[in-house]
Design a protein around this ligand. Structure first.
Ligand code: VGL
Ligand code: ZN
Length: 229
């Protein structure tokens, strides 16, 4: 039964010291096996950051509104050593960004973290880059796929930065792993090295089988009366 699945999710999370919001939340069946995945909402991808994405910070209020509607919220971080292969000084395409332990690598300060149950980090070896969050691990060394399976997740709702890199590759990888993947199009922004890259990324997601949805559609479907606290 779906209700049992949800209850067991709460149980496994509370055993790890996470306090799930149980007051005032009534999620509709459709969302009980869904997770909201926050991709790399970090200072360096926001205006003023080392690899600033135009309007990257504008998604934060939307993401904050979405979080209480999901039984499971997971956050990720790009997490590079200072000599990472993707940096220009090593012949890579990017300025140094999201260097481990720096302010630029921290999550945006306005992001409400109270409902985040798991934190993943990726691309943390010097000689290898990864855009997909499925390449990352949590603080116990578990992969994203392992943690999603342990919560019986079948549906992913993906938001974050940036649309044309880590969001795109995470969406495609989620589909490859067999998840239903929903890309929340107004809760992501693109780097747009070429101006159409964000649009092309969305098209590629859709062609590959992802659903493009808006945050309003999600909020209207989810039917929770809860608000972020
Ligand atoms: C990303 C460029 C370089 C991303 C990470 O999170 O989308 N983009 N590293
Ligand atoms: Zn990176």
């Amino acid at each position: 039964m779906r209700r049992d699945v949800f209850d067991s999710n709460l149980y496994s999370r509370s055993r790890r010291g996470y306090n799930p919001p149980t007051e005032g939340i009534e999620m509709r069946g459709e969302f009980l096996d869904a997770a909201l995945l926050l991709v790399d909402i970090q200072n360096d991808f926001c205006p003023g950051g080392a690899l600033a994405v135009s309007e990257g910070d504008r998604i934060v209020p939307t993401v904050n509104r979405l979080m209480p509607r999901f039984p499971l919220v997971i956050s990720t971080q790009d997490w590079h050593p200072a000599n990472h292969i993707s940096f220009k000084e090593r012949g890579g395409p990017w300025p140094p960004h999201c260097v481990q332990g720096t302010r630029g690598a921290e999550l945006h300060a306005d992001l409400k973290t109270g409902r985040i149950a798991h934190y993943f980090r990726k691309a943390s070896s010097a000689d290898r880059d990864d855009y997909s969050e499925f390449a990352g691990t949590d603080d116990r060394g578990r992969t994203l796929d392992e943690v999603l399976r342990s919560h019986n997740v079948t549906k992913l709702y993906v938001v974050g930065l940036a649309t044309d890199y880590c969001v795109l590759e995470t969406v495609l990888d989620g589909l490859k792993h067999g998840y239903e993947v929903n890309a929340v199009t107004d809760a992501m922004r693109a780097v747009n090295v070429n101006p159409a890259d964000g649009e092309l990324a969305l098209q590629k997601m859709a062609r590959s089988g992802a659903h493009l949805v808006t945050s309003d559609e999600v909020l209207n479907q989810a039917g929770s009366s809860a608000r972020a606290t």
